[in-house]
Design a protein around this ligand. Structure first.
Ligand code: 5AD
Ligand code: SF4
Length: 481
């Protein structure tokens, strides 16, 4: 297994391997020599700070960046006053981009004080040509820029940046390559994300993801299962299967397989206790998946099912390919088959052309389905997407007003929904010490609800049977039983 390789055994004077991941391990060995040299000259290891700005997919990518940095000998720090800082960016909403530009200004100040400092940018925002143009013109202090498709080449790009005093830029438009077996540094020892597919083919008309993450590519089931088996051996008991649209997993494999079939294989892995997944597109959620979930002991009682809008007209303009009625029927079917399931969702307000009637349809779905929680977003106009060119963009004050009304409705319902579990016995996976209350720890239930319970750090990573004593809005207070 490559990720356990001793870099010192790689002969960096020999020819560069053509195959992956051997090529990247060769560059990791080269980087390691550079790191040793740095340590000798400066009396300390170089410190690296990896900043994750995006979704769970980005978080998993950040763990891969950390894994490589650790392998080559960097010390990790949370402070951005470091020798190497990398922002793993998001670009789903315009705000995310603005934040990056703001923070880069601060980094420039640090770099002026520390001549060794290298600044790198990667992730979805870098896949936008206009962003790279702007960085090249006005942010010349950045050392390295790469995108989502060639993140597996991080070691090679880092080494190139070490040797260069000019900005190194490598953005790929597409790739069909999936490189397995690179180092990963997990944030939590007991839980982990696992990519099952990359990219998205749906082209929802507001969404930039298909343009920055490319076409759908599924990993081979055997690679996924092998990765999970290794994780379990390494102490992981909960995994989150990751993909932009997990319900279309396996369609493009040479030996096609459904997501529900993959789940059944994952379920068989001994020692694995909990299986989560993210994200499901309602149009592809199969009857087979509902049945597998209902019959499973390990699949968590939580389903994130993005609604986006409750108006069939708006859904059509969004290219979501389901109607209000189909969505509501699907949600009902799921709740009937799995009564203790927690349903969560994403909703966008202010999509072009959205009228008050359309908005009322969204509120109607929210009241009918009764979500355990919902992420609500103000529509953000993303250049390059079909919706950006649509007429009837909704005025800001109207959107804000709808957003506030939606948020109130969603929160009121979440609170009422949470109450239904008060008094029940549940199992919690303890995740971390409680930051506010001494002598307490915090964990999650199968349905993803947060629970605080008395305990100390020795419980972290353990499953504890508890009674939910009190619901305080969005979390519970529990007591071990
Ligand atoms: N504006 C607002 N929200 C968006 N999302 C995706 N694109 C946009 C956009 N242009 C939201 C969707 C998606 C979530 C991850 O982000 O609700 O489900
Ligand atoms: Fe974006 Fe739609 Fe793909 Fe989700 S399914 S990533 S919202 S295009």
């Amino acid at each position: 297994m490559y990720s356990e390789i001793n870099l010192d055994k790689i002969d960096t004077a020999s020819a560069l391997p053509a195959e992956e991941p051997a090529r990247q391990y060769y560059f990791m060995a080269k980087c390691r020599e550079w790191v040793r040299d740095f340590e000798q000259k400066n009396g300390h290891l170089p410190r690296a700070c990896v900043v994750n700005m995006g979704c769970q997919m980005n978080a998993r990518d950040s763990e891969k960046l950390r894994g490589i940095l650790r392998k080559i000998g960097y010390a990790e720090t949370d402070s951005e006053e470091a020798d190497f800082v990398i922002y793993n960016t998001c670009t789903v909403r315009e705000n995310a981009n603005l934040k990056v530009y703001g923070r880069l200004g601060v980094l420039h100040g640090y770099k002026k004080k520390n001549p060794h400092m290298k600044i790198a940018l990667c992730g979805c925002m870098m896949q936008e040509p206009s962003v790279v143009e702007k960085l090249k013109k006005s942010y010349r202090f950045v050392d390295l820029i790469f995108g989502t498709h060639n993140i597996f080449r991080f070691a090679e790009l880092l080494f190139t940046a070490f040797l260069s005093d000019r900005i190194v830029i490598d953005i790929w438009k597409e790739t069909d390559q999936i490189v397995e077996d690179l180092p990963v540094e997990r944030k939590y020892p007991f839980k982990s994300g696992v990519n099952i597919m990359f990219g998205c083919n749906n082209f929802c008309s507001y969404c930039i993801v298909p343009y920055v993450r490319g076409r759908e590519r599924s990993r081979e089931a055997k690679d996924i299962l092998q990765e999970i088996e290794r994780l379990v051996k390494d102490g992981v008991s909960e995994i989150m299967l990751l993909g932009q649209n997990v319900n279309s997993y396996g369609k493009n494999l040479s030996d096609p397989m459904t997501f529900a079939q993959l789940l059944q294989e994952v379920e068989k892995i001994e020692g694995l206790e909990r299986i989560r997944f993210m994200t499901s597109h309602p149009k592809d959620l199969s009857e087979e998946l509902i049945q597998v979930m209902a019959g499973s002991r390990k699949i968590c009682r939580h389903l994130h099912l993005p609604l986006q809008s409750g108006s069939t007209g708006i859904l059509k303009a969004m290219n979501r390919r389901y109607t209000k009625e189909q969505y509501v029927e699907l949600a009902g079917k799921i709740k009937k088959a799995i009564p203790d399931i927690a349903l969560t969702t994403d909703i966008i307000v202010g999509f072009p052309g959205e009228t008050e009637e359309d908005f009322q349809e969204t509120l109607d779905v929210v009241r009918t389905v009764r979500y355990d929680s919902a992420f609500t977003f103000i529509y953000s106009r993303r250049t390059g997407t079909p919706a950006a060119a649509m007429e009837d963009q909704v005025p800001e004050d109207v959107v804000k007003n709808r957003f506030d009304r939606l948020l109130k409705e969603v929160q009121d319902i979440s609170r009422e929904m949470a109450e239904r579990f008060t008094g029940t016995q549940q199992t919690v996976l303890v995740e971390e010490p409680n930051r506010q209350m001494d002598g307490y720890v915090t964990g999650r239930l199968s349905n993803n609800h947060v629970v605080h319970l008395p305990g100390d750090a020795s419980l972290i990573g353990k499953f504890v049977n508890i009674r939910l004593e009190e619901c305080r809005g969005f979390y519970y207070m529990g007591r071990p039983v």
